[in-house]
Design a protein around this ligand. Sequence first.
Ligand SMILES: C=C1C[C@]23C[C@H]1CC[C@H]2[C@@]12CCC[C@@](C)(C(=O)O1)[C@H]2[C@@H]3C(=O)O
Ligand SMILES: O=C(O)CCC(=O)C(=O)O
Ligand SMILES: [Fe+2]
Length: 353
Amino acid sequence: MSSVTELFKNNPVNRDRIIPLDFTNTKTLPNSHVWSITEPEPKTMSLPIPVISLSNPDQHVLLRQACEEWGVFHITDHGVPRSLLHNVECQMKRLFSLPMHRKILAVRSPDESTGYGVVRISMFYDKLMWSEGFSVLGSSLRRHATLLWPDDHAEFCNVMEEYQKAMDDLSLRLITMLMGSLGLTHEDLGWLVPDKTGSGTDSNSIQSFLQLNSYPVCPDPHLAMGLAPHTDSSLLTILYQGNIPGLEIQSPQEEGSRWIGVEPIEGSLVIIMGDLSHIISNGQFRTTMHRAVVNKTHHRVSAAYFAGPPKNLQIGPLACDKNHPPIYRRLLWEEYLAAKATHFNRALTLFRC
Ligand SMILES: C=C1C[C@]23C[C@H]1CC[C@H]2[C@@]12CCC[C@@](C)(C(=O)O1)[C@H]2[C@@H]3C(=O)O
Ligand SMILES: O=C(O)CCC(=O)C(=O)O
Ligand SMILES: [Fe+2]
C-alpha cells in the first residue's frame, strides 16, 4: 500500500465533503460557496516568475536560485511531448464535462485515494470551493474509468498511464538536478535510483499521486475560491495548467499580502517545490503558499503530479554542516501526510527541531 493510500485509509474525510456541487446547473453563487472577502483583495500583479530551460547548461545555478527565491518556476525543454499534454487536457475536459449523474458513479469513498470528488483540504474550511477533482493512483484507475465510461475508457486510461510514466521520469530527473544544485552527491541520494523492475512498488522508487483539477466557469469569480491557499506536501509537484490562468502564489517578497498570477506559458510545466524539499534542503528551498482562482468565461483544468520519496525511507535535512545544524527532524512521507491531514498548513512547524 502506498503512503498516499494509507493516508486516506487512516484519515477519512467527511462524507458530506466529497461530492461537489453540480456546477452546470448553478447560475448564481450559493452562500455555501461565498468566501467572505470583506475588503477588496490586493491587486494581483504578474512579476516574472523564473522560466528555466532544462537544456540550459547553467540550469543548476538557475534552479537553485529559483528554489531559494521563489519555490515556483516554469520549465521548458522538459522533453514531455506537446501531443501528450494536449491529450491529457482533452481527456480531463472529457471527464469533467460528463453529466453529474455519471461522475457520481466514480465518486471516491471517504477512505479511498482514487476517484471523483472535492479536494481533501476542503475539510479545513467552512466554505466550499468552486472546483471538482479526480484522483488517480495506480491500478484503481481502470476500475474508476470503467464506471465513468463502461465501453469507452481505454483512451482515458492509456493517456493517464502514459502521462504518469512521463512524470515519473521527469520528476526523477528534476529531483536529481535540484538536489545536485545543493551540492548533494549521488551517495546522499542513493535512494533515487530509477525503478528498473517496473513494478512501481520497489522500495527505491518515487511514490506519486496524480490529481486532476477542474474549475468550472463561475458566475461570481471574485467571491469564489477555486482551490484554497496551501503548500504541497510533496518533494515537488509538476503542474500542467493548459493556457487558462488561475494559479497564484503568495509573493515571496511580501509574505501574506499579495498574490501573484503564474501566467501560463505555451508548452511549459510549472514546478511547485513542496514541504519535503524545504526539509531536505534544511530550509534553503522555499515551499510556497499557492491557490487557484476561477473565472467567468473559461472552464479551467489542471493536472498536478505530486512526487514523494520512496516508502519506508526516512528523509531529513541533508544540506547541513556544523554551522548549519538541521532545523527539521527526520521523517517518513506517510508521517508527514498524516500530520498535514490533521494540522494542515501548520504541519511543517511540528517537525522543527
Ligand atoms: C500526495 C498527496 C498530496 C496531497 C495529499 C496527498 C494526496 C492528495 C494531495 C492533495 C491534492 C490537492 C491539494 C492538496 C493540498 C490536497 O488537499 O490534496 C494536496 C495534498 C498535499 O500536498 O498536501
Ligand atoms: O490548479 C492549479 O493551478 C493548482 C493546483 C494545486 O495547487 C494542487 O493540485 O495542489
Ligand atoms: Fe498545490
